[in-house]
Design a protein around this ligand. Structure first.
Ligand code: NIG
Ligand code: FE
Length: 408
């Protein structure tokens, strides 16, 4: 029998429970337990409450010395951390004023990463995912979604998805895989329709058989796939029981309508969304995901997070960590900065990287500290939760726990 463990005391514990999935939140609504403790057994939370009230002879105490704030482990609901190579040249070109087209003509853009990822072995991809996810784990992120999408052939997409599966087996972090075979039109196919047909007919069944992913994504954009082009891909994915998620409205609109039409779990990016798209999303069950890392990486507008929340939408905030548009890969920094530009309360920022982000992955067992949830949590060396976003990612966790065990 795994003995009950009591962890604490925490100056403040933010359980993130009892809060709505959708809509604006004020900091006064934030539930805070002072002098808190958490009972944990077999990787799960048994009880959250006042530390002194949870003490007993049966429990083994793990003492937290000094002032600390405890939160659920963060969830990054959108990343591309499986890739080969770098796109530092794209970044320099962009900052020198070159256009998207000029960069693509010079051999840059997503296709450059496809070429570099195809050259990498499966093992090299595993190593890359492990080193990036380990860094994220130290920053308090205990669940990370990871997309394929730099393979763009049946063989190469499988290499990526198998690498994500292997990395997940080796890593303390939970990696949630997503098939993004429709990331762009592969340059080595003359007929793009045939490429998607091949993906549907060959790749999707293998993904199901090998249990490589439960989620399917596409980049719906003028430079990638139009709403009409992508319909058969999402139609088939849905028929096969995959969850749908969409790269939507990044530069032009159209993607969020596709997301709502297919009952997508989330629509991500939304930098170009107007009030029409915002209302469309907020009336649906599709979660809106802001990706401030891409806005920072590209020097573009932020997702209209304030307007989404005020319209009654659910807002997840993710890093989009990828070698092209979002090379920084620091979720807390980016979510805090989105807060300053979009005027988000602390609770809106923290909800966006905890239970609302978990909902964007359809995970109900995390993102909250409550009985029955996975004992994933992050501890910051401060006596006031407001210090966390205030330091914009520079206040680092003193401890991160995954499935009831501290990470060293
Ligand atoms: O989410 N928008 C499309 N895909 C990625 C960028 C990938 C890349 O540039 O390599 C994104 O930002
Ligand atoms: Fe992305």
């Amino acid at each position: 029998m795994n003995k009950l463990q009591l962890i604490g005391p925490f100056t403040q514990l933010l359980p993130m429970t009892g809060l709505p999935l959708k809509g604006a939140l004020k900091d006064e609504q934030l539930p805070i337990i002072e002098n808190a403790g958490m009972l944990v057994s077999e990787g799960k939370i048994v009880k959250v409450g006042i530390f002194d009230e949870l003490r007993s002879d049966e429990v083994k105490i793990y003492h937290i010395e000094g002032a600390h704030v405890c939160l659920p482990g963060f969830v990054d609901s959108h990343t591309h951390i499986c890739f080969g190579g770098t796109r530092a040249r794209d970044y320099a070109y962009r900052n020198a004023g070159k256009t998207y087209l000029e960069i693509a003509k010079a051999g840059g853009g997503i296709w450059d990463t496809v070429t570099q990822t195809r050259k990498a072995s499966q093992n090299e991809l595993v190593e890359g995912i492990l080193s990036r996810s380990q860094k994220h784990l130290k920053n308090g992120i205990t669940t990370i979604e990871v997309k394929s999408g730099y393979g763009l052939s049946v063989k190469e997409e499988l290499k990526m998805l198998r690498a994500i599966k292997l990395a997940n087996e080796k890593s303390a972090v939970n990696l949630i895989p997503t098939c993004l075979a429709a990331h762009m039109k592969p340059k080595d196919w003359n007929h793009q329709k045939e490429y998607l047909e091949e993906i549907i007919a060959t790749l999707f069944p293998i993904i199901k058989n090998e249990n490589l992913a439960q989620r399917v994504d596409a980049f719906v954009e003028e430079s990638a796939f139009s709403p009409d082009e992508i319909k058969p891909y999402f139609q088939k994915a849905k028929e096969m029981g995959f969850d749908i998620t969409v790269h939507a409205d990044q530069f032009t609109t159209g993607g969020s309508q596709v997301a709502v039409d297919f009952g997508a779990v989330s629509a991500d990016h939304l930098e170009a969304s107007t009030q029409k798209e915002i209302e469309l999303l907020t009336k649906s069950n599709t979660i809106a995901t802001a990706l401030p890392g891409a806005s920072i990486g590209l020097g573009c507008a932020y997702t209209p997070a304030r307007r989404i929340l005020d319209a009654g939408g659910a807002l997840s905030i993710a890093s989009d960590h990828n070698p092209g548009s979002a090379p920084m890969g620091d979720l807390l920094t980016q979510a805090s900065i989105l807060g300053t530009f979009e005027k988000l309360s602390n609770i809106e920022v923290l909800s966006g990287i905890t239970f609302r982000a978990a909902a964007a992955l359809r995970l109900t067992d995390r993102g909250k500290l409550e009985a029955g949830a996975v004992a994933d949590f992050v501890v910051f060396p401060t006596d006031n939760y407001q210090e966390i976003t205030y330091h914009q990612g520079q206040l680092k966790p003193s401890e991160v726990w995954k499935k009831g065990a501290p990470i060293h």
